[in-house]
Design a protein around this ligand. Structure first.
Ligand code: AR6
Length: 172
């Protein structure tokens, strides 16, 4: 089942919430900053402990990492790194799709019942919301169709305009 939620992802009590992080994975602005503030030191320590795959890269774009939720209601944070929008001709669509697939695959491997996603890459990274929403909803639907876990995916939108975009696509 897919649900839409208008509000702050840090308040959700799903088994995991997804963070739209950067490759260094030590925090940032936007939803990343909000999640680190709410989760506290346990999350940052776990991020620091992740091995670097190259200097200053703990997670390349499109991949995901399972982390503890610390003080959050959610038991886990799944951090992923979206593409920076460069006009749409640099593989941004496929990298964004990989983000959703990587997070959902981790949730499936750990048999998590529920997961909440922010609109990855649509803030600081500049990905157009409608194009991102179509990719997100396509990948989520494909996963729900083939897998037993998670059974609930919540798409969390931080403003009404983004919520309206998601709702319109879901209702098509
Ligand atoms: N709950 C839900 N959604 C939120 C929240 C929140 N508390 N806060 C922001 N959003 P962004 P990106 C929405 O910029 O584009 C960071 O500095 C926001 O309105 O957080 O993937 C990282 O460290 C937007 O729709 O992530 C990276 O450096 C969406 O979350 C970089 O930004 C994503 O916006 C990642 O950029």
């Amino acid at each position: 089942m897919i649900e839409l939620h208008l509000g702050d992802i840090t308040e959700l009590a799903t088994d995991a919430i997804v963070n739209a992080a950067n490759a260094r994975m030590l925090g940032g602005g936007g939803v990343d900053g909000a999640i680190h503030r709410a989760a506290g030191a346990a999350l940052l320590e776990a991020c620091r402990a992740l091995p670097e795959v190259e200097p200053n890269v703990r997670c390349p774009p499109g991949q995901a990492r399972l982390l503890p939720g610390g003080n959050l209601k959610a038991r886990h944070v799944i951090a992923t790194v979206g593409p920076v929008w460069k006009g749409g001709t640099c593989g941004e669509d496929e990298t964004l799709a990989q983000c959703y697939r990587s997070c959902l695959q981790l949730a499936e491997e750990h048999r998590l019942e529920s997961i909440a996603f922010p609109a990855i890459s649509t803030g600081a990274y500049g990905f157009p919301i409608e194009r991102a929403a179509r990719i997100a909803l396509r990948e989520i639907r494909a996963h729900l169709h083939k897998a037993d876990f998670p059974s609930l995916v919540v798409c969390v939108l931080f403003n009404k305009a983004d919520h309206d975009v998601y709702r319109a696509i879901l209702e098509e």
